[in-house]
Design a protein around this ligand. Structure first.
Ligand code: UDX
Length: 470
């Protein structure tokens, strides 16, 4: 099928590239011409594992193209996927102006009837508004527009895999033809019979057919918000448990590991730390709160989850202050800038708030991230960007871990300890093994560990097994 993608952000680019990968002919566009120029010249505006390979292969096969001409892009598709941003407004509501513009563009530029698919995360009833805008602005086009909701469940860092091997595909439709078109679009994924799995060189172990859920448009929109808000609540719950562990003397890693083994709970999204960041969970929970308030529903559960999340960084910085007393002129290193590993995305990343605070306190800040340095330079041009974690640690009085990149685990921590002025590690993600760190001579502070000293780990008494071997 011929498909148009409006918006070349994380969602649009992954959707467009993967739809081309499974055999469709896809044209992508974006308001930001520089992004299109980058893509046209073989560059990538974002880092997302495997995406560059898929884009290159499908461009070469003439299934994927990019144009800055919005009208051309709209006209190219039988189905148009709206993948534009829906950032938060100051009151927490989602800003839907880009969705509105996209709908008007489709209505005005179309020369044939189209299926218009909402891929962006939007509040419930946006589909109804979209239908109305298309009807009003497209009244002289001679075209008919049907609207569908097809929420994405892509996690940055694994989004190519998530797109090609999803657990479920949700399509919210108002008519049978839209359902048939979306079934046709997703047929190769539903049957997992696309020729090459780009991630596993054709031998993907995860080829389980996903469920297809056909719902109303309102339900599909709600499913997305309900999922993301639930995940946010789950993370905040683990952070609440972490606080109790710190104050009452238990190890949150042991507690959440045991919780996760209960199949009713499951292990995912129970990792405590600096809280949830990124461009989805924080804004989606806010938008969902606003929606619930407007509907007259008591959303205090969600508000509390958000409140717990906002306090995570204060709590972490309080630990730093407790250990370091004053920060002025102290050299502090930060490992990790992205809001989570395997991405270069720094939107709503805890590291940014930490840097802001350190700069306000006049600390000397040195940082390293495997992917997110370029994006961070645009926000903080004056801090010290280092070539690797060893350069960060050199002469530091504290090293803070703000993103749990796996590569940080493999560092030569002995070498790091020797190069630090004071061997203090504040692990905001519980990435490292506290006992190993203590054995190496570090002062080690993490999240939710048993100590009267604000989450600092105590050596386990001899003869007491650690959790892994218990
Ligand atoms: C999320 C949803 O998972 C995805 O389905 C949706 O389509 C978009 O939003 P993403 O924003 O890429 O995806 O990140 P995710 O992996 O969900 O993590 C969100 C945040 O929660 C990160 O800051 C992460 O560090 C944090 N997190 C996650 C925790 O603090 N603890 C956990 O246990 C899991």
């Amino acid at each position: 099928m011929k498909i148009s993608i409006l918006g070349c952000g994380y969602v649009g680019l992954v959707t467009g590239a993967c739809l081309a990968e499974i055999g469709h002919t896809v044209v992508c566009t974006d308001n930001d011409e520089s992004k299109i120029r980058t893509l046209q010249s073989g560059g990538m505006p974002i880092y997302e594992p495997h995406l560059d390979q898929i884009v290159a292969r499908n461009v070469a096969a003439n299934r994927l193209s990019f144009t800055a001409n919005l009208g051309d892009a709209v006209r190219a598709g039988d189905a148009v996927f709206i993948c534009v941003g829906t950032p938060p407004l100051p009151d927490g509501d989602a800003d839907l102006s880009s969705i509105d513009s996209a709908a008007r563009l489709i209505a005005v530029e179309s020369k044939s009837s189209k299926l218009v698919v909402e891929k962006s995360t939007v509040p419930m009833q946006t589909g109804q508004k979209l239908t109305r805008v298309l009807a009003i602005y497209g009244r002289n086009s001679g075209c008919t527009f049907s609207v569908a909701s097809n929420p994405e469940f892509l996690r940055e860092g694994t989004s190519v895999h998530d797109f090609l091997h999803p657990d479920r595909i949700v399509i919210g439709v108002a008519d049978e033809q839209s359902e048939a078109q979306l079934r046709e679009i997703y047929r190769p994924i539903l049957s997992q019979d696309f020729s090459l799995c780009p991630i596993h060189d054709g031998n993907c172990p995860a080829r389980t057919a996903p469920s297809l859920l056909v719902t109303s448009i309102n339900s599909a929109e709600l499913i997305k918000h309900a999922c993301n808000s639930f995940l946010a609540v789950k993370i905040s719950y683990s952070n609440l448990i972490a606080d109790i562990c710190e104050r009452m003397g238990a190890d949150v890693n042991e507690v959440v590991n045991a919780m996760g083994l209960d199949p009713r709970i499951g292990p995912a999204f129970l990792r405590p730390g600096l809280g949830f960041g990124g461009f989805c969970l924080p804004k989606d929970i806010q938008a969902f709160i606003r929606l619930g308030e407007k509907a007259g529903v008591d959303v205090s559960l969600l508000r509390d989850a958000e409140k717990i999340n906002k306090r995570r960084i204060d709590h972490f910085l309080a630990k730093a202050a407790h250990c370091l007393w004053t920060l002025k002129d102290k050299r502090i290193g930060i490992l990790g800038l992205a809001f989570k590993p395997n991405t270069d995305d720094i939107r709503f990343a805890p590291a940014l708030e930490i840097i802001n605070h350190l700069l306000r306190e006049h600390a000397q800040v040195r940082v390293f991230d495997p992917q997110a340095m370029e994006k961070t330079k645009a926000v903080f041009p004056t801090i010290q960007y280092c070539a690797d974690p060893y350069e960060v640690a050199d002469g530091c009085e504290a090293l803070m871990i703000a993103t749990e990149w796996e590569s940080f685990k493999e560092l030569d921590w002995q070498r790091i300890r020797e190069s630090m002025l004071r061997p203090l590690v504040l692990d905001g993600r519980n990435l490292l093994n506290g006992e190993d760190m203590l054995a190496m001579g570090f002062e080690y502070q993490a999240v939710g560990l048993p100590s009267s000293d604000l989450g600092g780990i105590k050596p386990r008494p001899a003869g007491v097994p650690n959790f892994a071997s218990a």
